[in-house]
Design a protein around this ligand. Sequence first.
Ligand code: FES
Length: 101
Amino acid sequence: MWKETVAVDSFRTQKSVTIDGNRYALFKLEGEVYCLDDVCSHEYSLLSEGEVWDREVYCPKHGSRFDIATGAVRSFPATEPVTSYPVEIRDGVIYINTDRR
Ligand code: FES
């Protein structure tokens, strides 16, 4: 189901949003918006608070890297990906499809 989040102009590079009690991380990258699970697949840490470098986000707790476009894990200690969610921009507002949760 598509869910409304925030205006695309309301943040600069990354933002956490909570929908139906679940946290999602929005990222702006090279003119596109991407959405991942905000909570790391290793332990509890928020990817929306991680550093972004070369299309990857670094988990702020132990430094695992995740591909922002796909959620694929790129380095230990995490071994599982995080879910990536489809994004649409409608009239300047970001919508995400949460069906994969
Ligand atoms: S909590 Fe993210 S790598 Fe450990």
